[in-house]
Write a protein that binds this ligand. Structure first.
Ligand code: ATP
Ligand code: MG
Length: 592
């Protein structure tokens, strides 16, 4: 990821990243236009309110030309403006909130589908927790921005400009005083609020510090008590609490100060303007109503400046979030389908050929995982891959599935380079039972169905039976409808493996890749899994990473790997006779 570059960019123009939201907003043009219309109407109503107010004062109270009809009209006008304001505000809120929801849903949808199809090298280097937080926290931020901050920013800008104009229309010379006075009274409040936010965040952090200590030590209460460290931990927690109280006190003090000065400044400014205005009224330069109108415009304008200042920070934070999101959206997959993919004929045989493949993982250029690796597997053949840990066995599978592309050499399926095939269509023809079975937190049936989504219940039971899983599934509380818990945690290791095998059986693909792991299995479930595997291997091209002698002996051919290379090949008897790496592995691993 090109983080440094982006950081630099975002420092240059802090709100620039928000521009990348535009394509997502534009897609909902009708909502956008509806929002803008509602915004125009509500802003006009807001700005008309003081005028209606003046009419009311001048004709309603000051008794200048008090005929009843005029009084009624003045009050009707005020109420009508208020009504329009109410309706337009409701509509504005409705449209912009809906817009926010839709845009963020689109964005998350887009981001998710992008992330899930990015290549494995990307995912090896990115923590999934971080991706999830982009999907949730950053998107959440953007929703509040579109739904609230952007709306407040635009509305406040309009009202600030509008009220400044109206201040001049109402009374030019009072307006000039106000243009100096409003910022003078609002700016200190803005700075105070900003400082308040900072100390508030600090106060929250200190509370979080104390919580961290508590959750860590309560989670490790065994260790704490085993060392007799209760008093020690209690003092640590107490100290953290004292720090958090000190931070809270700073926050409370700042808040009190800000409140007091805000009240003083705002009322001071109003009193000042009223005082100046009162002299104008006495001198006959303006009416009482005009003065009231003026004060209202000043209040609306000042309030909007405050509103702008408030959302400024939110906009910046959201811009940072959008920056991170668009950075992910710009990430391109190294594994792309070809322009004009080759289509397999109906009679797919399942022949596999690796030719002089060189491959190293990203960031490990010095340590090749596969080096000049050549392997040919005829259609229908079963080949066992044997070798020490880290030899590159699982890597062979990853390359065949095209999770990564080799740096040199080719991989062919039925004589066709896999880079000329559409990746998903190619993977359709390969079933993998991975080293660590990965189950989802759904039911048994859904986990098996993952192999073929349109499979019916009978097919699922058949697959489970062939995988020797039907027995234990029947003993689960809800049978096939039992929930398996996160990552299949409610099953034993051997049971998880058999579900994974059932899934591969259901897929019924012509090529089978088995990354055997024996560690999780006791002797009994091992033989159950073994039987399941035999059912699976029958009639398919099979590559099996073998840790069990039984599997090795069933293979047509054994390939011994070490440090990314093929070091020997042959039958069990031949390889034992050579007395090389295989014989040593066999002694240590199979015959213990
Ligand atoms: N995603 C990855 N990113 C970087 N390096 C990797 C990655 N996966 C494997 N490696 C490295 O590549 C080499 C080959 O790993 P591989 O998983 O193919 O070994 P293996 O033969 O399957 O071993 P085992 O029997 O322990 O499963 C190892 O040195 C390993 O550290
Ligand atoms: Mg492995």
């Amino acid at each position: 990821m090109n983080t440094p570059h982006l950081e630099q960019q975002s420092r240059l123009h802090k709100l620039g990243s928000l521009r990348t939201l535009w394509p997502f907003i534009r897609r909902h043009a009708r909502l956008l236009v509806a929002w803008l219309i509602a915004l125009a109407v509500s802003s006009t109503a807001t700005l008309s309110l003081p005028v209606a107010f003046r009419q009311m004062i001048d004709h309603g109270f000051s008794g200048m030309a008090a005929d009843a009809g005029q009084i009624n009209r003045a009050f009707m006008l005020l109420f009508a403006v208020a009504l329009v304001l109410a309706i337009a505000t409701a509509l504005r809120f409705y449209f912009v909130s809906l817009l926010g929801e839709k845009v963020v849903a689109d964005l998350r949808d887009r981001l998710y589908s992008h992330l899930i199809s990015l290549d494995l090298a990307f995912h090896d280097h990115t923590r999934s927790g971080e991706l999830v937080s982009r999907l949730s926290a950053d998107s959440e931020l953007l929703r509040s921005v579109i739904g609230t901050s952007m709306s407040v920013a635009l509305r406040s800008s309009v009202t600030v400009i509008g009220s400044v104009i109206m201040l001049f229309v109402t009374s030019p010379h009072l307006a000039i005083y106000s243009l100096v006075g409003i910022p003078l009274s609002v700016l200190p409040i803005i700075f105070g609020a900003r400082r308040l936010r900072r100390v508030a965040r600090d106060s929250q952090d200190r509370v979080a510090d104390a919580n961290t200590i508590a959750s860590e030590t309560l989670g490790a209460v065994r260790t704490v008590q085993a060392h007799g460290r209760q008093d020690y931990e209690q003092k640590r927690f107490g100290a953290a609490l004292r720090v958090s109280i000190a931070a809270a006190q700073r926050r409370i003090r700042t808040q009190s100060l800000v409140t007091a000065s805000a009240i003083t400044l705002v009322f001071g400014a109003i009193v000042l303007v009223l005082w100046l205005g009162a002299h104008d009224v006495i001198a006959g330069r303006m009416t009482t109503g005009e003065l009231g109108q003026f004060v209202l415009y000043a209040l609306i304008g000042g309030g909007s400046i405050g509103g702008l200042a408030e959302v400024w920070n939110d906009l910046q934070r959201a811009s940072g979030g959008m920056g991170r999101v668009s950075e992910l959206l710009q990430e391109t997959s190294a594994i792309l389908p070809p322009e004009d993919p080759h289509v397999f004929s109906q009679s797919f045989q399942g022949e596999i050929a690796f030719r002089n493949v060189f491959f190293h993982y990203r960031g490990r250029a010095g340590v090749p995982a596969l080096e000049d690796f050549t392997l040919h597997v005829a259609a229908g053949e079963t080949v066992a891959l044997v070798g020490p840990s880290g030899a590159g066995k699982s890597t062979v599978f990853s390359l065949l599935l095209r999770f990564y592309d080799p740096q040199a050499g080719t991989i062919h399926l039925d004589g066709i380079d896999i880079r000329e095939l559409e990746p998903n269509q190619m993977r359709e023809r390969i079933a993998l039972v991975p080293q660590q079975p990965t189950l989802f937190a759904t039911t048994v049936a859904d986990n098996i169905r993952y192999g073929r989504l349109d499979a019916d219940d009978n097919a699922i039971v058949d697959a489970a039976r062939a995988a020797n899983a039907n027995g234990f599934i029947g003993e689960l509380p809800d049978g096939y409808a039992s929930e398996l818990g996160e990552r299949g945690a409610r099953l034993s290791g051997g049971q998880q493996q058999r579900i994974a095998i059932a899934r591969a059986l259901l897929k019924n693909a012509p090529i089978l890749l088995l990354d055997e792991a024996t560690s999780a299995l006791d002797a009994q479930s091992e033989s159950a899994v073994q039987e399941a595997l035999e059912n699976l291997i029958h009639g398919r091209t099979t590559l099996v990473i073998a840790h069990r002698l039984a599997t090795v002996l069933k293979a047509d051919r054994i390939v011994v790997m070490d440090k990314g290379r093929v070091v020997a090949e042959g039958s069990h008897a031949q390889l034992i006779a050579q007395n090389g790496l295989y014989a040593e592995l066999a002694r240590l691993q199979f015959l213990e």
